[in-house]
Design a protein around this ligand. Structure first.
Ligand SMILES: NC(=O)c1ccc[n+]([C@@H]2O[C@H](COP(=O)([O-])OP(=O)(O)OC[C@H]3O[C@@H](n4cnc5c(N)ncnc54)[C@H](O)[C@@H]3O)[C@@H](O)[C@H]2O)c1
Length: 716
C-alpha cells in the first residue's frame, strides 16, 4: 500500500501498476471536499515518490465516481472575497496539476455519476474510460459559477472550443454515448468490463502503443486555433450563450470570456485566468442565491424524508374525487409514477375529459421518444374512471379535487367518510380554504389533511401538505410519502386560509391591483416584474390562473385576513370578470389569446381592456420599474415574514423553495427570504415604511423589524 488516507488509497496491482481508489470515509458518495483534495495530494505525492510505479488507474469505491465539489463548503469560501477565492482555486489546481504531471501514464475509470469537480479531476488524467451506466457533465452554471478546478482550461483542449462552450455554458449532464462522440472520454464499456478496459488501456500506454505524452502535451499547450478561428468561434458563441443565459445569469458569459482570454495561453497561465473569472462569478449575488437554492432544496428533501419515515402505511391504491383540471392531472401523475388511482366524478363527460388529457400527455411523451405505446397503455390502465363509490372500501388515500366551495366539499366528505376504511386518509386539494375548517363535521378529523397541488400538476414540482389542527402525524407522513412517490417535492405547512403559497401570492396581486388603481399601466407592471425575473408578470399570471378563480380566492383570503386583505376599492380584475373575461381559459383577460401554430395560446394586447377598466383606475401615471417592484414585492415578503412568525412554514429554506417550486419565484434571487437578505433587511424595512400609507399589507412585521434592529439575516 503506497498510501491510505481518509479518501484515497493507492495500492500496487503488480507490474508497476497502481490503483488510486477514491472512497470517502463515512460518506455514501465521493465528493471533492477539503479533506479529499488534501488526501488526493498526499496520494499523488506518494506515487510520485515511488520510482517503481509505471502507470496509475483511478477508480471509485462507491457506486458514483465523484458527484462534484462539496457545495456545503461554498458559502464560507465565497464569502472570503475575490482575491482569496482565486488563491483557493489555484491551490486546488496545483494539486490537480501535480497529478497531471506524474511521470507515468494515468487512466481514469468512470463508473458512475461524475460531475463538476469530479469531471475536472478526470480531465487531469491522460485517458478516460466510461461505463455505460455513468454520466458526466459540468452543472456549475446552475449554481451561478463555472468549472474552476481547471475544467474550463482542459475541456476546450480535449474536445474543442465549440463543444466545450456547450458543455460548460449549458450545464447539461451527458450520457456515455454523447461523451464519447464529443471526445470527452476515450472509450465506453459495460459496467462489468470497466476495470479491465481501463487496465488494458493503461498497459497500452506503458507498452508505448498509446502515445500518452502527446495526449498530455495537448492539454498543456494553448488551444490549436489561429487568431481568426478564435475570433470566429468566440464571437458566434457570445450571441448564443448570451441569449440562452439572459441578463440575470452572468456565469455562462463569464465562463466564455475566460475561455477566450485563456485560449492562447499554456496551462498554467490559463489557470490563472480561470481563477480570476471564477472568483468574479463566485461573488455575484446570483451565485450566492443559486448555491442557497441548492442547499435549501436538499434541506427540504431531507425534511420530507424524515416525515416519510413516520408513515407505516402502504399506499397500494389511491382515489381522486373530481376529474377536472386538477383531478385529471392528479390521476395522470399518480398513474405515471406507479400508484393505481380511481378517478370519480359526477359527470360522465368530465371523466372522458380527464382520461383524454392523460392520453394526450402520454401520446406526446411517445412522440418525443420518452415513452412507448406499451407503457402508455400500462399507465392509462392504472387510472380507473368511475361515477360511483363502489371501490372506495379498498382505497388507502383519497384526494378531493371538486369545486372550490366549502359547502360542496363538506357534503362530499359527509357521503364519502362512511364508505372508507377506518384508516383511509382524506386529503383536500383546496387552494385556499382552511383545512381545520373543512375538517369540522368529520368523524375522523385525524385522518384529514390538505394536499395542495399546483396547476398544471404534471409540470409543477411543489405539493404543500397542510397539517390541520387535528391532523395526525400518520396522515401527514403518508401524504408526504404519496407526494414524493408522485415525483413531487412536498413541503409540510401549518393551516390557515391560503396556507403558505397562496397566502403570500394574494398580497402580491393586491399590490398589483393597487398599482392599477393608482394609474399604472398593467403592461408596464408586467414588464417590470418580468425584468425582475418572474416568468410572467401579475396581469399575465392572473390570466393564466383564471380571473374568476383569482377573484374567488382573493375573497376567501380577505375573509381570512380582513385587516389587510380586504380592499375598499373595485379591482380591475373584478371588472374584467363581470365582463366575462376569465383569462386564458376563454381567450380573454387582461390580454387576448389565440392558438399559435403549435396550438399554444399566444397573447396579444387588446385595447378594449383599457376601455373596460377605465372607471376603476386613475388617469395613467408613470411608475418607475423600481417602484413597481417595491409595490408588488413588499406585500409578498411581509406576508412571508408573518408566515414564519406564525410558524405556518417552518424555515426560511422551506419558504423560499415553496415559492420557487410553487409560483416560479426567480431562482437567481433564491426566494423571498434570500431576496430580503440581498436587499438588506434595513433597506427593505425602510421601503416598507415609506409605502406603509398604502395599507397594512405594506407594514413590515415584527420579525423583519427585529432582524433589522439586530442586524440579522435569514441566512448566515
Ligand atoms: N385550477 C387550479 O389552478 C387549481 C390549483 C390548485 C388547487 N385547485 C383546487 O382544486 C379543486 C378543483 O379545481 P379544478 O380547477 O380542478 O376545478 P374543475 O371545475 O376543473 O373540476 C372540478 C370537478 O369536480 C367535479 N365534481 C363536482 N362535484 C363533485 C362531486 N360531488 N363528486 C365528484 N366530482 C365532483 C366536477 O364535475 C368537475 O369535474 C378546487 O378546490 C380548486 O381550488 C385548483
Amino acid at each position: 500500500m503506497l498510501h491510505s488516507g481518509p479518501a484515497f488509497s493507492a495500492s500496487a496491482l503488480g507490474d508497476g501498476i497502481v490503483e488510486l481508489k477514491f472512497d470517502l470515509a463515512g460518506e455514501s458518495v465521493n465528493k471533492l471536499n477539503q479533506v479529499a483534495i488534501r488526501d488526493f495530494d498526499a496520494a499523488t505525492r506518494a506515487i510520485a515518490g515511488d520510482g517503481s510505479v509505471r502507470g496509475v488507474i483511478v477508480t471509485s469505491g462507491k457506486p458514483v465516481f465523484i458527484v462534484g465539489a462539496d457545495i456545503t463548503e461554498f458559502g464560507g469560501m465565497f464569502a472570503a472575497g475575490e482575491a482569496k477565492i482565486a488563491r483557493g482555486v489555484l491551490e486546488v489546481n496545483r494539486v490537480l496539476c501535480r497529478f497531471e504531471d506524474l511521470p507515468v501514464p494515468t487512466v481514469v475509470a468512470i463508473n458512475g455519476v461524475c460531475l463538476g469537480g469530479g469531471l475536472e479531476l478526470a480531465l487531469a488524467g491522460d485517458y478516460r474510460v466510461m461505463s455505460t451506466a455513468a454520466s458526466v457533465g459540468f452543472p456549475e452554471v446552475k449554481l451561478g459559477i463555472f468549472p474552476g478546478f481547471g475544467g474550463s482550461v482542459r475541456m476546450p483542449r480535449v474536445i474543442g472550443i465549440d463543444n466545450a462552450v456547450e458543455w460548460i455554458c449549458a450545464g447539461q449532464d451527458k450520457r456515455a454515448d454523447a461523451a464519447l462522440k464529443d471526445g470527452a472520454v476515450d472509450a465506453v464499456v459495460a459496467p462489468e468490463l470497466l476495470r479491465d478496459a481501463a487496465l488494458t488501456m493503461l498497459r497500452q500506454c506503458i507498452d508505448g502503443k498509446l502515445d500518452w505524452r502527446a495526449r498530455r502535451a495537448a492539454k498543456l499547450a494553448p488551444l490549436k486555433l489561429n487568431k481568426i478561428e478564435q475570433t470566429m468561434a468566440f464571437n458566434s458563441s457570445m450571441g448564443v450563450v448570451g441569449a440562452q443565459a439572459g441578463p440575470n445569469y452572468p456565469a455562462p458569459m463569464l465562463a466564455l470570456k475566460n475561455m477566450q482570454e485563456a485560449a492562447s495561453l499554456g496551462r498554467d497561465a490559463a489557470l490563472e485566468v480561470e481563477a480570476k473569472y471564477f472568483a468574479k462569478a463566485a461573488v455575484t449575488p446570483q451565485a450566492g442565491a443559486l448555491v442557497g437554492v441548492f442547499l435549501a432544496d436538499q434541506a427540504v428533501k431531507k425534511a420530507a424524508g424524515a416525515w416519510e419515515k413516520k408513515s407505516s402505511k402502504e399506499i397500494r391504491q389511491a382515489a381522486v374525487l373530481g376529474a377536472g383540471i386538477m383531478g385529471g392531472g392528479i390521476a395522470y401523475q399518480s398513474a405515471l409514477k406507479g400508484t393505481p388511482i380511481v378517478m370519480k366524478d359526477i359527470k360522465e363527460e368530465q371523466l372522458a375529459l380527464g382520461m383524454n388529457e392523460a392520453g394526450k400527455l402520454l401520446s406526446k411523451a411517445v412522440e418525443k421518444g420518452k415513452s412507448t405505446p406499451a407503457r402508455m397503455t400500462e399507465v392509462l390502465g392504472r387510472i380507473r374512471p368511475t361515477l360511483n363509490y363502489g371501490d372506495f372500501g379498498g382505497v388507502d388515500i383519497v384526494i378531493e379535487a371538486v369545486v372550490e366551495n366549502p359547502k360542496v366539499k363538506k357534503a362530499v366528505f359527509a357521503e364519502l367518510e362512511p364508505l372508507l376504511r377506518e384508516d383511509t386518509i382524506v386529503a383536500s386539494n383546496t387552494s385556499t380554504i382552511s383545512i381545520s375548517h373543512l375538517a369540522e363535521g368529520l368523524k375522523r378529523p385525524q385522518n384529514f389533511v390538505g394536499m395542495h397541488f399546483f396547476n398544471p400538476v404534471h409540470m409543477m414540482p411543489l405539493v404543500e401538505v397542510i397539517r390541520g389542527r387535528q391532523s395526525s402525524d400518520e396522515a401527514v407522513a403518508t401524504t408526504v410519502k404519496l407526494a414524493s412517490r408522485m415525483g413531487k417535492t412536498p413541503i409540510v405547512v401549518n393551516d390557515c386560509p391560503g396556507f403558505f403559497v397562496n397566502r403570500v401570492l394574494f398580497p402580491y396581486f393586491a399590490g398589483f391591483h393597487m398599482l392599477l388603481r393608482d394609474g399604472a399601466d398593467f403592461q408596464a407592471v408586467d414588464k417590470a416584474m418580468e425584468k425582475f425575473g418572474w416568468p410572467m408578470g401579475p396581469a399575465y399570471l392572473m390570466d393564466v390562473v383564471g380571473m374568476d378563480t383569482g377573484v374567488h380566492a382573493a375573497a376567501v383570503m380577505a375573509e381570512g385576513f380582513p385587516d389587510r386583505m380586504k380592499h375598499d376599492f373595485k379591482g380591475a380584475t373584478e371588472v374584467l370578470v363581470e365582463n366575462q373575461r376569465y383569462g386564458q381559459k376563454n381567450g380573454k383577460g387582461y390580454y387576448v389569446y389565440a392558438p399559435d401554430r403549435k396550438g399554444k395560446p399566444k397573447k396579444a394586447v387588446d385595447p378594449t381592456t383599457y376601455e373596460l377598466i377605465k372607471d376603476v383606475v386613475a388617469p395613467r401615471k408613470e411608475f418607475t420599474p423600481e417602484e413597481i417592484v417595491a409595490r408588488c414585492m413588499v406585500p409578498l415578503v411581509n406576508e412571508v415574514a408573518r408566515c414564519l412568525e406564525e410558524e405556518i412554514v417552518a424555515s426560511p429554506q422551506e419558504a423560499d423553495m415553496a415559492l420557487l417550486y410553487g409560483i416560479g419565484f426567480p431562482p437567481f434571487r433564491g426566494g423571498a427570504c434570500r431576496y430580503v437578505d440581498q436587499t438588506g433587511v434595513s433597506t427593505f424595512v425602510a421601503t416598507a415604511d415609506r409605502l406603509a400609507p398604502l395599507g397594512k399589507l405594506y407594514e413590515a412585521p415584527r420579525l423583519l423589524r427585529d432582524m433589522a434592529a439586530a442586524n440579522r439575516k435569514f441566512f448566515g
